[in-house]
Design a protein around this ligand. Structure first.
Ligand code: AMP
Length: 359
């Protein structure tokens, strides 16, 4: 349960010349520490022993390793104390809530770069889709089990598990059987945990944005396509073979591919980004800060339906550690999302606006 943390009090005591950028050793951590170093910050990684050998290769980017037995130890008093001593600003990435749990993520007493109150929304597929709809962003239709369902649907389970356990269904029967299976496997507790959504046929694309409260502007920092197993492998097999082997498509993310969007679609995508910023300002004040991602499918009439968002840095940004074709246009220098975060922190400190970018 979110009890609210007085972060202003914490940063009031910080030595702003000795800020440390901290994150968990996973997801986009290398990009984040690389970007932080480029902008002149100290860096720290929260790490488990089994990952240390790997990350120590990048010692030149990491000033402090803080070893924990398990990720949720991040919220233990002595770790929080240590982080405050280091004047830490913690960067939550896509694995953060999944690793430490919602309770720790919402209540940890150190400043987080970004919007803390969006974690709870992100943890619930229904609340997520509601927020997009309230923004006026086109989304796929969704269904309740008491409605007639005849179209192809994708049934989604909660939490950022990289598409794990999602399944396709063509009838209510198939949906019910699939949901029962998910309950038996402990993936969900009750049928309403699952989201039943129209399956949109088209090209998936993930739009990376950055909202800067300091410059009061929205930037589009990159676009990627996710590569997913086995759905992206199925096209290698002929339809008659597929029918005979009866393999069901699955959507487990295994990597990311860069994408440059047809330019005439960019302004449309940008408008979706602006709507997202506006709705979060209205419903989750102070509103989104820094990186977020709108995840959609582009149909053959070039309409784009957004089926998901992430209120934080997404792994697809790891493609652009040297900057993307778009980030280069804003900054005329290699600007990864990780570096952009550090730049925002630097600008905020310079202009006395740190409390507008941390929650
Ligand atoms: P998500 O966890 O919502 O990001 O979804 C994982 C993957 O499932 C996506 O990357 C897409 O490949 C696929 N997907 C999700 N929602 C839809 C949809 N409504 N229509 C088609 N494919 C979808």
């Amino acid at each position: 349960m979110y009890v609210g943390v007085n972060i202003r009090k914490v940063i009031a005591k910080y030595d702003l010349d000795r800020i440390t950028i901290v994150t968990l050793a996973s997801h986009s951590a290398l990009q984040l520490v690389h970007g932080a170093k480029k902008e002149g910050f100290r860096t720290a990684l929260i790490i488990t022993e089994n990952r240390r050998l790997f990350y120590e290769q990048f010692k030149h980017l990491i000033d402090f390793f803080i070893v924990v037995n398990k990720w949720s130890d991040l919220c233990k008093e002595q770790i929080v104390k240590k982080l405050i001593e280091l004047n830490s600003i913690f960067i939550p990435h896509g694995s953060f809530v999944e690793y430490v749990g919602l309770d720790c993520a919402e209540n940890i007493g150190i400043p987080l770069f970004g919007l803390r109150s969006i974690f709870r929304v992100e943890a619930n597929q229904h609340l997520k889709m509601d927020l997009l709809a309230k923004a006026g962003i086109p989304t796929p239709k969704h269904y309740n089990l008491d409605e007639e369902i005849r179209n192809l649907v994708i049934v989604k389970l909660p939490g950022a598990k990289g598409g794990k356990g999602y399944f396709l269904a063509l009838s209510k029967d198939e949906i019910i059987k699939g949901i029962e299976r998910a309950i038996n496997q402990g993936l969900i507790n009750k049928p309403s945990d699952a989201l039943i959504q129209e399956y949109v046929v088209g090209v998936p694309a993930y739009f990376h944005f950055f909202f800067s409260p300091v410059l009061n502007r929205l930037e589009i920092l990159g676009i990627d396509i996710r590569y997913e197993s086995n759905v992206d492998g199925l096209r290698r097999l002929k339809p008659n073979v597929l029918e005979r082997i009866g393999i069901e498509p699955s959507f487990v993310v295994v990597g990311n591919i860069p994408m440059a969007l047809r330019e005439s679609l960019l302004y449309k995508v940008y408008d979706y980004g602006l709507r997202f910023v506006k709705v979060t300002r209205e419903l989750l004040p102070p509103g989104i800060v820094g990186p977020f991602c709108l995840e959609g499918i582009i149909e053959d009439d070039l309409n784009i339906k957004i089926f998901e968002f992430s209120g934080r840095i997404v792994a697809g940004t790891n493609l652009y550690i040297q900057g993307s074709p778009y980030s280069f246009l804003y900054w005329d220098e290699p600007m990864s999302t990780g570096r952009r975060i550090a730049r925002e922190i630097k600008l905020a400190i310079k202009r006395g606006k740190l409390d507008s970018i941390v929650t």
